[in-house]
Write a protein that binds this ligand. Structure first.
Ligand code: OFO
Length: 169
């Protein structure tokens, strides 16, 4: 049976992963309606990936004899200034998520829940990979600046980077 404090902390994290999915969906919508189809495809795929992060937590809680809970989430912002603005916000959000996963890990240390500690290793590695990925994208966008042809290529590159997420198991 899962520790109730750990379960409640994971339910909060489920909410954040669900919010991440909706935030990236909102960003994808902005890109699709502002001439960046490649970035839109990338962000829609990333929204799916966040949903997979959410589901992985849901299955974990349920499999440990607990019950995952869906909490209220606020509506993500839909207005952005540019592709740079979007990816700066993605980076900021991912840093917040990394901090949140670290805080969740701390709860498992306090509660001596070694199984969940082990389970969270996947998310710790994932956050490192995501921060690296978004740093690379941000660097590319900053490099081309206001150059329209350069931005066209960045958009094409983002389209190529859109990969379907692995299923949540
Ligand atoms: Fe983007 O890693 Fe989950 O939230």
């Amino acid at each position: 049976m899962i520790n109730l404090k750990v379960q409640s902390a994971i339910n909060e994290q489920i909410k954040k992963e669900e919010y991440s999915s909706r935030l990236y969906m909102a960003m994808g919508i902005w890109c699709e309606t502002n001439g960046y189809p490649g970035a839109a495809k990338f962000l829609f795929q990333h929204a799916e990936e966040e949903r997979m992060h959410m589901l992985k937590f849901v299955h974990y809680v349920n499999d440990r004899g607990g019950k995952a809970q869906l909490l209220d989430i606020e509506q993500p912002t839909a207005d952005f200034d540019s592709l740079l603005d979007i990816f700066e916000k993605v980076m900021e959000h991912e840093k917040y998520i990394t901090e949140s996963i670290n805080n969740l890990y701390e709860v498992t240390i306090i509660e001596k829940d070694y199984t969940t500690m082990n389970f969270l290793q996947w998310y710790i590695t994932e956050q490192l990979e995501e921060e690296n990925l978004f740093n690379t994208i941000l660097d590319k966008i900053k490099l081309v600046g206001a150059d329209k042809a350069g931005m066209f290529h960045v958009d094409k590159e983002l389209e190529g980077m859109a990969v379907a997420p692995a299923p949540a198991v």
